[in-house]
Design a protein around this ligand. Structure first.
Ligand code: NDP
Length: 361
């Protein structure tokens, strides 16, 4: 596959220009383009330029707003609500970050309840930014129902990611951000494209039987990671990002996505904790140094690494060298920018096509 090398500035300009052309206002185009560029920078490509069709298609079919201004409400001294009014999540989260951080520092702990937001992004950016403010952070999002509960055959959970961040001295925060499914959906689609079988334990076919055939898996359902344990995590995330914050469960988001865009609308819960308020005589430096003892013990073992270290390593390089983008994706985005039909964008061949297939509950 031929690639083209772009600087991060070029990635941002390409994404933003395209989003503006297709009807997003300046604030949304800027926030989404930044999210997409950060994903390319850290080589989380399924959330990079590849995601542009999700953003645009949801706007084109009228399921997403391209100009809704998120509104902030204080629900309790430590709980801030941000209503995205069916806009995409990057702008809502951007608007909610400062009030959340401020309240976490005032109260010791605070939560941001994000509502009515379409979310097709990774979660590490929001928790990483909060940890850069000296806070410990968690984020939870439900999605479209692709995942069965342990022992079941009918999908009810989304791939439901959760993320955690811990501030570090002289180092970017420790972050993990992982789906509750055994594999990312995109990984199954990549294997279908490449004609490779799935490892056992990733999926079941439409007949409810285990399958290693990616096509069967996409027509069937994904499995939670770690059997009943991942299933419990997926269940918890459903409750935190749905009923707790007054928003949709994954199967309801699936029903809400009538045009089958694959861009679910729903809630997100973000929790921020000020470590210095969690112990008598709290001292961020000392608490971080204590955490480092654990990281050293892990890293002195061959074969280990800390979550997020891969991202930080490639980030360092890509900020200097730029990133590679499949030429077919780049060409299609360029054509699309110039006004070609949305279907063409959804049908590019440079990477795996995610848009256009959805599992109902
Ligand atoms: P991965 O399994 O690739 O990675 C999960 C985490 O584990 C990452 O933090 C990763 O760090 C870390 N990690 C990976 N390998 C190791 C290792 N050997 N040692 C230590 N840590 C390791 O992610 P998933 O496929 O589960 O999720 C991918 C992304 O998809 C997430 O960003 C998630 O937010 C997003 N997503 C979004 C959805 C939505 O609806 N918005 C739905 C589902 C997923 P590192 O990054 O450094 O590799």
């Amino acid at each position: 596959m031929d690639d083209i090398r772009l600087t991060l500035t070029q990635v941002h300009a390409l994404a933003k220009g395209l989003l503006l052309t297709q009807g997003f206002n300046e604030a949304h185009a800027q926030a989404i383009a930044t999210t997409v560029t950060e994903a390319e920078r850290d080589e989380c490509r399924h959330h990079g330029l590849f995601r542009i069709p999700f953003y645009v298609n949801a706007l084109k079919v009228g399921q997403a707003s391209g100009d809704a201004e998120p509104t902030v409400t204080e629900l309790a001294p430590g709980v801030v609500k941000i209503d995205a009014h069916r806009g995409f999540s990057p702008l809502a989260i951007e608007r909610g970050e400062a009030p959340l951080a401020e309240r976490a520092k005032q109260q010791g702990i605070a939560a941001l309840a994000v509502n009515n937001a379409l979310n097709v992004a990774a979660l590490w950016p929001e928790v990483e930014r909060l940890a850069n403010r000296g806070l410990v952070a968690f984020a939870f999002v439900s999605a479209i129902p692709y995942v069965v509960p342990a022992g079941g055959t009918k999908p009810v959970f989304g791939t439901n990611p959760m993320a955690f961040a811990w501030p570090r001295a002289n180092h970017p925060p420790l972050v993990f951000d992982q789906a509750a499914s055994e594999s990312a959906r995109g990984e199954i689609q990549i294997r279908m494209r490449d004609g490779r079988a799935l490892p056992p334990g990733w999926a079941i076919g439409p007949d409810g039987q285990p399958t290693t055939d990616p096509k069967e898996a996409l027509a069937g359902a994904q499995l939670p990671f770690g059997g009943h344990k991942g299933s419990a995590i997926a269940l918890m995330i459903e409750l935190l990002a749905g009923p707790l914050v007054g928003d949709l469960l994954s199967f309801e988001s699936g029903e809400d996505d009538v045009a089958n865009t694959g861009a679910p609308c729903g809630g997100e819960l973000i929790i921020a904790i000020d470590p210095t308020r969690c112990m008598a005589g709290g001292n961020l430096e000392r608490q971080m140094a204590h955490g480092e003892r654990l990281f050293s013990l892990i890293l002195e073992q061959e074969g280990t690494r800390l979550p997020s270290d891969r991202r930080y390593q490639v980030r360092k390089r890509n900020m200097v060298e730029g990133v590679t983008v499949p030429l077919s994706l780049y060409d299609t985005l360029q054509a699309f920018s110039a006004g070609e039909a949305v279907e063409k964008l959804a049908a590019y061949e440079g990477d795996v096509l995610l848009y256009g297939e959805k599992k109902g509950a």
